[in-house]
Write a protein that binds this ligand. Structure first.
Ligand code: M6R
Length: 613
């Protein structure tokens, strides 16, 4: 998704902007540009824009690494096309009339067509097909010398989501920023001040950041930062210290972020679990809910997108078994519009790595509007979902850069286990002994993940054989079905191989007709009660020509009677098996994509954080 960086300080801005944009490359983009304000040789203020289609290196070449665009104050952008094709003219920044204003934008202006028609009648002409250009012209229309007033008036006319970085030509050295439902931060340092759509962009320069609250406007000069509400009143905001390192957002010797993050899973799971276990018992104090309130929950409604949705599917099995609370799971994009029938004491849980996914945020707002308590399971501190949820349970995965999520997924699983155990105890479904047995095993998961990683060559070898497959199927039952969904998504998003996951019992109802000679079917089987059933399903596909890969726990050696190849993971409590089987599935996807020579960290058409609907 698009990236924004802005800098005003005591050094040339363009090199800083290019540097920051590079750190945001992982979000996906198709073009890039910078706007820098300066004083020309006649003493007049100017804003110069340079843009290029394609990779940032094109923009670097055009600007001699930023040196040919003079000025100490500027904004930059990487664009991921939504309105209008990827092209120079559609890329950001966009000028308003007479180059008075330059704008970069993340998000979508929903009523841009109406605004465009109105402004056209008023004499504005549009160069691009973007929604962003309407904002530039609207600002021009309302600008009479007071930027905060112009921005605030613009905000009353646009619908949708936006994070904006704005330069006014007659305000050299000043950057203005505003956000609604799209993330934007400001950072301060001795060398100057910054805006950015994500922390890694400015981490090299500062750790002192403020996550701009929704609907607030910010004015930055090289020395000062001021915040305003939509009524143009100045407000105070607090800054916080980012406590992770730039290295955490860099590859550190790994070929790809995805592989690095797969290897970071033991640490991430440990960091998420251990602070929440005290004397062998789960401590949910941070939720701000009493034991009584937890016990009173009559139903749980979980909502999320993509992999986070698969975590919810796992949670359904786990929470229902451990706490005997009914759990409904919805895709956030469905939940937000379906006016679900919900009981009074329902707890809504929104799961999101980024905390900015548009549909998940909208689902959260819908639930809150209807008076339900919302708990966010979120990775990015200070993100929109974290701020708007009634309680937050952070996953401590650290920054996740790869578009294909791995370590955030694993920490989300760990978070739902903790919640399930805490709830089970609060509701008297499990006793202290069972709780202690479960938490002890939870603490052992990181070391078991490490053991799987030590055997990665077996998976790599296998993946190479199947990197040219046309279709790959995943089957499982119960918890293993949820893991199959994740294995299949991981594979298709980075390898572009068509893949589907099925609850194995469903095969006979249609899908089995797709099985042909040599097709790879991955059977996940970790649940004792369902093991034989899954084996039967594997026999069914094998007898129709499928090549069968079995993924199971050590001890289940009868898997080898049917599977052509078997991958074992360490034994654990069955309710935690998803945390282990997902690791070989991630490695399988990674090595299949690598075998095809694909850019694993930048899968086509995908973005790390989907902040538009
Ligand atoms: O940031 P979120 O967890 O809300 O993101 C949800 C999905 O967009 C995300 O999990 C996506 O499916 C990943 N690319 C999967 O690897």
């Amino acid at each position: 998704m698009c990236g924004i960086v802005g800098f005003t300080g005591r050094q040339q801005a363009a090199p800083v902007l290019l540097d920051g944009l590079e750190k945001l490359e992982y979000r996906g983009y198709d073009s890039a540009g910078v706007a820098v304000s300066d004083i020309d040789k006649n003493g007049e203020p100017v804003v110069e824009i340079v843009k290029a289609k394609g990779r940032l290196k094109v923009l670097r070449e055009m600007t001699d690494d930023g040196r040919s665009v003079p000025g100490t104050c500027g904004i930059g952008h990487t664009r991921w096309a939504t309105h209008g094709e990827p092209s120079v003219v559609n890329s950001h920044p966009h000028y308003a009339k007479d180059k008075r204003i330059a704008v970069v934008h993340n998000g979508i202006i929903e009523n841009y067509q109406q605004i465009r028609e109105r402004l056209t009648k008023e004499g504005y002409s549009f160069l691009s097909a973007t929604d962003t250009e309407t904002v530039a012209h609207l600002l021009d229309k309302y600008y009479t010398g007071n930027p905060i007033e112009a921005i605030s008036r613009m905000m009353f006319h646009v619908r949708g989501s936006y994070a904006l970085g704005i330069l006014f030509r007659d305000r050299p050295g000043e950057i203005y920023a505003v956000r609604k439902d799209s993330p934007l931060i400001v950072g301060r340092s001795d060398q100057g001040n910054f805006i950015a759509s994500d922390v890694p962009a400015i981490l090299k320069y500062t750790r002192d950041v403020c996550f701009i609250p929704n609907l607030e406007i910010v004015k930055l000069t090289d020395q000062e930062i001021h915040f305003y509400n939509v009524d143009q009143e100045e407000v105070e905001e607090t800054f916080s210290e980012i406590n992770w390192d730039t290295e955490a957002a860099e590859k550190g010797g790994f070929a790809h972020f995805m592989l690095k993050e797969i290897y970071e899973q033991p640490k991430a799971v440990r960091d998420t679990v251990s602070p929440r276990i005290k004397d062998g018992c789960v401590d949910l104090e941070e939720l701000g809910m009493t034991g009584e309130e937890l016990a009173k929950i009559s139903r749980i409604q979980m909502v999320a997108c993509g992999s986070a949705y698969h975590v919810c599917m796992t949670a359904k099995y786990m929470v229902e078994q451990t706490a005997r609370v009914p759990v409904d799971v919805d895709l956030a994009s469905e939940f937000r519009y379906r006016n679900a029938v919900m009981e009074k004491d329902t707890l809504v849980i929104v799961v999101s790595q980024s905390g900015e996914t548009a549909d998940s945020l909208a689902a959260l707002r819908e639930a809150k509007k209807r008076g339900f308590r919302v708990l966010g399971i979120v990775n990015v501190v200070g993100s929109s979902i974290a701020r708007e949820a009634d309680s937050v349970f952070y996953t401590w995965a650290g920054p996740e850069i790869s578009v294909a999520t791995t370590k955030a997924y694993s920490t989300q699983l760990a978070a739902v286990y903790l919640l399930a155990i805490g709830l089970g105890r609060a509701r008297g479904v499990i006793g202290e002994e069972a709780e202690k047995e479960m938490t002890a095993e939870l603490m052992r998961l990181p070391e078991k993940i490490e053991r799987i990683l030590e055997e990665k060559e077996r998976i790599q070898w296998f993946a190479n054989k199947f990197s040219h497959s046309k279709d790959i199927f995943f089957i499982g039952r119960g918890l293993d079905y949820a893991s199959s969904l994740e294995g299949s998504l991981k594979l298709k998003e980075i390898s572009y191989i068509h893949s589907e996951a099925y609850a194995a019992g469903e095969l006979k109802h249609g899908t089995i007709s797709l099985i042909e000679d040599g097709i790879l079917v991955v059977g996940v089987a970790t649940q004792k009660e369902l093991f034989e059933k899954l084996i039967s399903n594997m026999v069914e596909v094998k007898s129709r020509g499928a090549y069968v890969l079995g993924v199971t726990s050590y001890g289940n050696y009868s898997m080898e009677d049917v599977a052509n190849y078997t991958i074992y993971v360490p034994k654990t409590l069955e309710c935690f098996a998803a945390s282990l089987v997902v690791v070989p599935l991630q490695l399988l996807a990674y090595y299949v994509a690598l075998g095809k020579g694909l850019d694993v960290d930048k899968p086509r058409n995908l973005a790390k954080s989907v902040t538009v609907e």
